[in-house]
Design a protein around this ligand. Structure first.
Ligand code: GRF
Length: 206
C-alpha cells in the first residue's frame, strides 16, 4: 500500500509507520511526507529515513501561506506520489472540501478523542474537566466537516483520578501508536472498509 503522510508536529506516529515499514511489519511504502511547518521534527524523521518530504510551510517570508496555495501545492505533490491512502498524523491545518474530494486517494485522520465527542483542540483537558470516565483516540475518514467523517477504529482507556492533561496526552499517544498501524493493516488487508466508493486499492501489496 502506497501511503502519503501529512504532518505538522513531532511525528511520533509517522515514526511508528517508518519503523513498521522498515521492519516489514506492515505492507506499506511511505511514498512521501508533507509538512506544513518547516520546524516540525517529523521532517527530520522523514529525512533520516530517506523518505521524500515536501515542506509547504504555513509561514513563508513572514507571510502566512493561504490555504488555497497550500492545497494547490499539496495536491500536485500527492498526484506525483500516487498514494493509495493519505494519512493525516498530527496534521493541524483544516482542509477544504474540494481538496479532499480531488485528492488522488482516500484520506484518514488520527484524532485524540473518542469521536464523536471532543472534536477539535484541547481534547484531553476537556475530557478531564467534563469528568469523563473514558477517553482515547479515533481514526476516521476525512470529510469537509472537521473530525466528523465515519469512524473506522477507536482505542480507549480509563481516566485516572489524578490525571492531568499531560499525563492523559501521553497515555493516549501510546494508544495512537498501536491504533494507527493496526488500522492501516486492516485497510491493506481489506478487513476494514472506508465505507466510501473511493476504496483503498491493494494492487501494490500482493
Ligand atoms: C497526536 O496526538 C494526534 O492525535 C494529534 O496530534 C498528535 C500528533 O503527534 N492530532 P505526533 O506528531 O504523531 O507525535
Amino acid at each position: 500500500l502506497r501511503i502519503a503522510v501529512l504532518v505538522s508536529g513531532s511525528g511520533s506516529n509517522l515514526q511508528v509507520l517508518i519503523d513498521a515499514m522498515q521492519a516489514g511489519a506492515l505492507p506499506i511504502e511511505i511514498v512521501g511526507v508533507i509538512s506544513n511547518r518547516d520546524d516540525a521534527y517529523a521532517v527530520t524523521r522523514a529525512n533520516d529515513a530517506n523518505i521524500p518530504v515536501a515542506v509547504l510551510s504555513h509561514v513563508a517570508n513572514g507571510k502566512r501561506m493561504g490555504i488555497k496555495t497550500f492545497e494547490t501545492h499539496a495536491n500536485a505533490q500527492l498526484v506525483e506520489w500516487q498514494p493509495d491512502l493519505i494519512v493525516l498524523a498530527g496534521f493541524m491545518r483544516v482542509l477544504s472540501g474540494p481538496f479532499i474530494d480531488n485528492a488522488p486517494a482516500p484520506m484518514i485522520n488520527l484524532h485524540p478523542s473518542l469521536l464523536p465527542v471532543y472534536k477539535g483542540l484541547d481534547t484531553h483537558q476537556r475530557a478531564i474537566q467534563a469528568g469523563e470516565r473514558h477517553h482515547g483516540c479515533s481514526i476516521h475518514v476525512v470529510t469537509a466537516e472537521l473530525d466528523a467523517g465515519t469512524v473506522l477504529t477507536q482505542a480507549l482507556l480509563e481516566i485516572n483520578q489524578t490525571e492531568t492533561a499531560d499525563s492523559l496526552q501521553a497515555r493516549v499517544q501510546k494508544l495512537e501508536h498501536k491504533l494507527l498501524p493496526w488500522t492501516i493493516l486492516l485497510l491493506a488487508n481489506k478487513a476494514l472498509s472506508l465505507g466510501t466508493n473511493n476504496e483503498v486499492s491493494n494492487e501494490t501489496c500482493n
